[in-house]
Write a protein that binds this ligand. Structure first.
Ligand code: RIB
Ligand code: CA
Length: 313
Protein backbone atom coordinates (compact mmCIF):
# COMPACT_ATOMS: atom_id res chain seq x y z
CA UNK A 1 0.00 0.00 0.00
CA UNK A 2 1.54 3.37 -0.97
CA UNK A 3 1.93 5.97 1.80
CA UNK A 4 -1.03 8.26 2.37
CA UNK A 5 -0.42 11.79 1.02
CA UNK A 6 -1.27 14.38 3.67
CA UNK A 7 -1.25 18.11 4.39
CA UNK A 8 -0.70 18.92 8.08
CA UNK A 9 -2.57 22.10 9.08
CA UNK A 10 -1.18 23.11 12.44
CA UNK A 11 -0.68 25.66 15.25
CA UNK A 12 2.47 24.35 16.98
CA UNK A 13 2.13 23.85 20.05
CA UNK A 14 4.18 21.11 21.67
CA UNK A 15 1.63 18.40 20.86
CA UNK A 16 1.44 19.54 17.23
CA UNK A 17 5.22 19.21 17.12
CA UNK A 18 5.08 15.59 18.26
CA UNK A 19 2.35 14.85 15.70
CA UNK A 20 4.53 16.29 12.92
CA UNK A 21 7.57 14.32 14.13
CA UNK A 22 5.55 11.09 14.16
CA UNK A 23 4.47 11.76 10.57
CA UNK A 24 8.07 12.42 9.49
CA UNK A 25 9.19 9.20 11.18
CA UNK A 26 6.63 7.08 9.27
CA UNK A 27 7.41 7.31 5.53
CA UNK A 28 5.99 3.85 4.84
CA UNK A 29 2.55 5.07 5.84
CA UNK A 30 2.67 8.86 5.41
CA UNK A 31 3.94 11.26 2.74
CA UNK A 32 3.78 14.83 4.02
CA UNK A 33 3.10 17.05 0.97
CA UNK A 34 3.35 20.22 3.02
CA UNK A 35 2.64 21.94 6.31
CA UNK A 36 0.20 24.85 6.57
CA UNK A 37 0.46 27.03 9.66
CA UNK A 38 -2.60 28.63 11.23
CA UNK A 39 -3.06 30.98 14.19
CA UNK A 40 -4.17 29.19 17.33
CA UNK A 41 -2.06 28.24 20.33
CA UNK A 42 0.03 31.32 19.57
CA UNK A 43 -0.23 33.94 16.80
CA UNK A 44 0.49 32.93 13.21
CA UNK A 45 3.99 34.40 13.08
CA UNK A 46 4.99 32.00 15.87
CA UNK A 47 3.11 28.94 14.61
CA UNK A 48 4.72 29.43 11.19
CA UNK A 49 8.12 29.75 12.88
CA UNK A 50 7.54 26.74 15.16
CA UNK A 51 6.53 24.53 12.24
CA UNK A 52 9.89 25.26 10.64
CA UNK A 53 11.73 24.65 13.92
CA UNK A 54 10.17 21.17 14.00
CA UNK A 55 11.14 20.50 10.36
CA UNK A 56 14.75 21.42 11.17
CA UNK A 57 14.71 19.35 14.38
CA UNK A 58 13.82 16.31 12.24
CA UNK A 59 16.09 17.25 9.32
CA UNK A 60 13.01 17.57 7.09
CA UNK A 61 13.71 21.05 5.69
CA UNK A 62 12.57 19.86 2.24
CA UNK A 63 8.97 19.95 3.47
CA UNK A 64 7.35 23.27 2.47
CA UNK A 65 5.81 25.31 5.29
CA UNK A 66 3.16 27.90 4.33
CA UNK A 67 1.69 30.64 6.49
CA UNK A 68 -2.11 30.71 6.52
CA UNK A 69 -4.91 32.53 8.30
CA UNK A 70 -3.88 34.78 11.16
CA UNK A 71 -7.37 35.14 12.63
CA UNK A 72 -10.79 33.47 12.73
CA UNK A 73 -13.36 34.13 9.99
CA UNK A 74 -15.53 36.38 12.13
CA UNK A 75 -14.06 36.63 15.61
CA UNK A 76 -11.04 37.92 17.47
CA UNK A 77 -8.23 35.42 17.88
CA UNK A 78 -8.03 33.54 21.17
CA UNK A 79 -4.62 32.01 21.93
CA UNK A 80 -3.33 29.54 24.56
CA UNK A 81 0.00 30.80 25.85
CA UNK A 82 -1.19 29.73 29.30
CA UNK A 83 -0.82 26.15 28.07
CA UNK A 84 1.99 26.28 25.52
CA UNK A 85 4.08 29.21 26.80
CA UNK A 86 4.93 32.51 25.15
CA UNK A 87 6.73 30.92 22.18
CA UNK A 88 4.22 28.12 21.75
CA UNK A 89 7.08 25.62 21.97
CA UNK A 90 8.32 26.35 25.49
CA UNK A 91 10.40 23.61 27.10
CA UNK A 92 13.44 22.76 24.97
CA UNK A 93 15.88 25.40 23.76
CA UNK A 94 15.68 25.06 19.97
CA UNK A 95 17.43 27.31 17.43
CA UNK A 96 15.48 29.78 15.33
CA UNK A 97 14.76 28.30 11.90
CA UNK A 98 17.04 28.98 8.95
CA UNK A 99 14.55 27.57 6.43
CA UNK A 100 12.24 30.21 4.99
CA UNK A 101 8.50 30.05 4.54
CA UNK A 102 7.30 28.72 1.19
CA UNK A 103 5.94 31.37 -1.15
CA UNK A 104 2.21 31.83 -1.25
CA UNK A 105 -0.66 31.49 1.18
CA UNK A 106 -1.47 28.21 2.90
CA UNK A 107 -5.05 28.33 1.62
CA UNK A 108 -3.83 28.44 -1.98
CA UNK A 109 -1.42 25.57 -1.30
CA UNK A 110 -4.32 23.47 -0.01
CA UNK A 111 -6.45 24.34 -3.07
CA UNK A 112 -3.65 23.83 -5.61
CA UNK A 113 -2.53 20.54 -4.04
CA UNK A 114 -6.03 19.05 -4.03
CA UNK A 115 -6.56 20.15 -7.65
CA UNK A 116 -3.18 18.73 -8.72
CA UNK A 117 -3.75 15.26 -7.26
CA UNK A 118 -6.25 12.59 -8.26
CA UNK A 119 -9.54 12.96 -6.35
CA UNK A 120 -9.54 10.94 -3.14
CA UNK A 121 -5.76 10.78 -2.78
CA UNK A 122 -4.97 13.65 -0.37
CA UNK A 123 -5.86 13.64 3.34
CA UNK A 124 -6.14 16.87 5.33
CA UNK A 125 -4.87 16.68 8.93
CA UNK A 126 -5.96 19.79 10.86
CA UNK A 127 -4.35 20.00 14.30
CA UNK A 128 -5.52 23.52 15.18
CA UNK A 129 -8.38 25.92 14.52
CA UNK A 130 -10.03 25.32 11.13
CA UNK A 131 -9.67 28.71 9.41
CA UNK A 132 -7.31 27.49 6.64
CA UNK A 133 -9.50 24.51 5.73
CA UNK A 134 -12.76 26.46 5.85
CA UNK A 135 -11.34 29.34 3.80
CA UNK A 136 -10.03 26.89 1.18
CA UNK A 137 -13.48 25.23 0.96
CA UNK A 138 -15.17 28.64 0.63
CA UNK A 139 -12.71 29.91 -1.99
CA UNK A 140 -12.72 26.70 -4.05
CA UNK A 141 -15.82 24.56 -3.38
CA UNK A 142 -14.70 22.15 -6.11
CA UNK A 143 -11.92 20.79 -3.88
CA UNK A 144 -14.24 19.36 -1.20
CA UNK A 145 -15.09 16.28 -3.27
CA UNK A 146 -11.38 15.76 -3.99
CA UNK A 147 -10.50 15.32 -0.30
CA UNK A 148 -9.75 11.68 0.63
CA UNK A 149 -10.49 12.29 4.32
CA UNK A 150 -10.17 14.96 6.99
CA UNK A 151 -8.58 13.54 10.15
CA UNK A 152 -8.65 16.29 12.76
CA UNK A 153 -8.00 16.88 16.43
CA UNK A 154 -10.84 18.87 17.94
CA UNK A 155 -14.05 18.82 19.86
CA UNK A 156 -15.26 16.98 22.91
CA UNK A 157 -18.45 15.30 24.04
CA UNK A 158 -18.33 13.14 27.18
CA UNK A 159 -15.08 14.86 28.18
CA UNK A 160 -16.68 18.34 27.82
CA UNK A 161 -14.58 21.46 27.18
CA UNK A 162 -11.02 22.56 27.96
CA UNK A 163 -11.24 26.27 27.09
CA UNK A 164 -14.87 26.76 28.21
CA UNK A 165 -17.12 24.36 30.11
CA UNK A 166 -18.48 23.08 26.77
CA UNK A 167 -15.89 23.76 24.05
CA UNK A 168 -12.52 22.34 23.05
CA UNK A 169 -9.91 24.95 22.01
CA UNK A 170 -9.49 24.21 18.27
CA UNK A 171 -13.23 24.41 17.65
CA UNK A 172 -13.81 27.30 20.07
CA UNK A 173 -11.27 29.59 18.36
CA UNK A 174 -13.33 29.53 15.17
CA UNK A 175 -16.75 27.87 15.46
CA UNK A 176 -17.87 29.28 12.10
CA UNK A 177 -14.89 27.67 10.37
CA UNK A 178 -15.58 24.38 12.12
CA UNK A 179 -19.24 24.60 11.06
CA UNK A 180 -18.19 24.97 7.40
CA UNK A 181 -15.88 21.94 7.66
CA UNK A 182 -18.37 19.68 9.47
CA UNK A 183 -21.14 20.62 6.99
CA UNK A 184 -18.87 20.25 3.93
CA UNK A 185 -19.71 16.62 3.21
CA UNK A 186 -16.04 15.58 3.22
CA UNK A 187 -15.39 12.33 5.16
CA UNK A 188 -14.25 13.33 8.67
CA UNK A 189 -12.53 11.45 11.47
CA UNK A 190 -12.53 13.35 14.76
CA UNK A 191 -10.02 12.89 17.58
CA UNK A 192 -11.80 14.72 20.43
CA UNK A 193 -10.70 15.22 24.02
CA UNK A 194 -12.68 12.04 24.74
CA UNK A 195 -9.76 10.18 23.18
CA UNK A 196 -6.80 12.50 23.66
CA UNK A 197 -7.29 12.75 27.41
CA UNK A 198 -6.47 9.03 27.55
CA UNK A 199 -3.19 9.57 25.69
CA UNK A 200 -1.36 10.85 28.76
CA UNK A 201 2.41 11.16 28.89
CA UNK A 202 3.03 9.55 32.29
CA UNK A 203 6.50 9.97 33.84
CA UNK A 204 7.37 6.43 32.70
CA UNK A 205 6.37 7.22 29.12
CA UNK A 206 8.28 10.50 29.16
CA UNK A 207 11.35 8.70 30.49
CA UNK A 208 11.13 6.42 27.44
CA UNK A 209 11.31 9.50 25.19
CA UNK A 210 14.34 10.75 27.14
CA UNK A 211 15.96 7.31 27.00
CA UNK A 212 16.03 7.56 23.20
CA UNK A 213 18.99 9.80 23.97
CA UNK A 214 18.60 11.69 20.71
CA UNK A 215 18.04 15.34 19.84
CA UNK A 216 14.41 14.50 19.06
CA UNK A 217 13.92 12.32 22.16
CA UNK A 218 15.23 15.00 24.50
CA UNK A 219 13.27 17.76 22.76
CA UNK A 220 9.99 15.81 23.04
CA UNK A 221 10.63 15.00 26.71
CA UNK A 222 11.39 18.66 27.47
CA UNK A 223 8.31 19.84 25.54
CA UNK A 224 6.21 17.44 27.60
CA UNK A 225 7.83 18.53 30.87
CA UNK A 226 6.58 22.04 30.09
CA UNK A 227 3.26 21.21 28.44
CA UNK A 228 2.04 18.82 31.17
CA UNK A 229 1.84 21.33 34.00
CA UNK A 230 -1.45 22.86 32.72
CA UNK A 231 -3.33 19.56 32.57
CA UNK A 232 -1.81 18.16 35.77
CA UNK A 233 -2.91 21.29 37.64
CA UNK A 234 -6.37 21.46 36.04
CA UNK A 235 -7.31 17.78 35.87
CA UNK A 236 -4.90 16.25 38.35
CA UNK A 237 -3.93 13.99 35.48
CA UNK A 238 -0.80 11.84 35.40
CA UNK A 239 0.73 13.82 32.55
CA UNK A 240 0.18 15.84 29.39
CA UNK A 241 -2.49 14.62 26.94
CA UNK A 242 -0.83 14.17 23.55
CA UNK A 243 -3.80 15.51 21.60
CA UNK A 244 -2.50 16.01 18.06
CA UNK A 245 -0.31 12.88 17.71
CA UNK A 246 -3.57 10.87 17.89
CA UNK A 247 -4.25 12.16 14.35
CA UNK A 248 -0.95 10.91 12.97
CA UNK A 249 -1.11 7.64 14.90
CA UNK A 250 -4.57 6.99 13.39
CA UNK A 251 -3.08 7.21 9.89
CA UNK A 252 -0.49 4.58 10.85
CA UNK A 253 -2.53 2.29 13.15
CA UNK A 254 -6.27 3.02 12.90
CA UNK A 255 -6.85 -0.16 14.94
CA UNK A 256 -5.59 1.66 18.04
CA UNK A 257 -8.76 3.77 18.03
CA UNK A 258 -12.50 3.16 18.18
CA UNK A 259 -15.56 5.35 17.96
CA UNK A 260 -18.90 5.83 16.25
CA UNK A 261 -20.07 7.36 12.97
CA UNK A 262 -22.52 9.95 14.24
CA UNK A 263 -23.89 13.40 13.51
CA UNK A 264 -21.73 16.22 14.87
CA UNK A 265 -22.85 19.82 14.72
CA UNK A 266 -21.09 22.95 15.95
CA UNK A 267 -22.67 25.53 18.23
CA UNK A 268 -22.27 28.94 16.58
CA UNK A 269 -25.14 30.91 18.16
CA UNK A 270 -25.19 30.57 21.95
CA UNK A 271 -22.37 32.41 23.77
CA UNK A 272 -22.91 29.98 26.66
CA UNK A 273 -22.04 26.89 24.57
CA UNK A 274 -20.16 28.53 21.68
CA UNK A 275 -17.91 26.06 19.85
CA UNK A 276 -19.43 22.95 21.41
CA UNK A 277 -19.31 19.83 19.23
CA UNK A 278 -22.84 18.49 19.64
CA UNK A 279 -22.37 14.79 18.91
CA UNK A 280 -25.55 12.71 18.57
CA UNK A 281 -23.72 9.77 20.19
CA UNK A 282 -26.92 7.93 21.15
CA UNK A 283 -28.57 8.70 17.79
CA UNK A 284 -31.59 10.34 19.42
CA UNK A 285 -32.20 12.49 16.34
CA UNK A 286 -32.55 11.71 12.66
CA UNK A 287 -29.62 13.98 11.82
CA UNK A 288 -27.43 12.16 9.27
CA UNK A 289 -24.04 10.92 10.51
CA UNK A 290 -21.22 13.14 9.18
CA UNK A 291 -18.19 12.20 11.28
CA UNK A 292 -16.37 9.22 12.78
CA UNK A 293 -16.19 10.47 16.38
CA UNK A 294 -13.52 8.55 18.28
CA UNK A 295 -13.91 7.82 21.96
CA UNK A 296 -11.31 5.19 22.84
CA UNK A 297 -7.60 4.59 22.29
CA UNK A 298 -5.21 1.77 23.21
CA UNK A 299 -2.91 4.14 25.09
CA UNK A 300 -0.09 1.63 25.60
CA UNK A 301 -0.16 0.72 21.92
CA UNK A 302 -0.16 4.42 21.02
CA UNK A 303 2.90 5.18 23.14
CA UNK A 304 4.75 2.05 21.98
CA UNK A 305 4.20 3.18 18.37
CA UNK A 306 5.19 6.77 19.12
CA UNK A 307 8.37 5.84 20.99
CA UNK A 308 9.42 3.28 18.39
CA UNK A 309 8.90 5.79 15.55
CA UNK A 310 10.58 8.75 17.29
CA UNK A 311 13.65 6.53 17.72
CA UNK A 312 14.03 6.63 13.94
CA UNK A 313 14.63 10.41 13.82
O1 RIB B 1 -7.52 21.38 22.71
C1 RIB B 1 -6.30 20.81 22.30
C2 RIB B 1 -5.90 21.36 20.97
O2 RIB B 1 -5.72 22.76 21.07
C3 RIB B 1 -4.54 20.80 20.49
O3 RIB B 1 -4.52 20.77 19.09
C4 RIB B 1 -3.58 21.83 20.98
O4 RIB B 1 -2.39 21.88 20.20
C5 RIB B 1 -4.36 23.10 20.78
O5 RIB B 1 -4.24 23.46 19.41
CA1 CA C 1 -2.78 21.99 17.87
Amino acid sequence: MPPRKIIIDTDPGQDDAVAILLAFASPEEIEVLGITAVAGNVPLELTAKNARIVCELANHTHIPVYAGCDRPLKRDLVTAEHVHGKTGLDGPVLPDPEMTLADGHAVDFIIDTLRAHEPGTVTLCPLGPLMNIATAFQKAPDIVDRVQEIVLMGGAYFEVGNITPTAEFNIYVDPEAADIVFKSGAPIVVMPLDVTHDALVTPHRNDAFRALNSKVGHAVAEMTDFFERFDKEKYGSEGAPLHDPCVTAYLIRPDLFSGRHVNVQIETQSELTMGMTVADWWRVTDRPPNAMFMNDVDADGFFDLLTERLARL
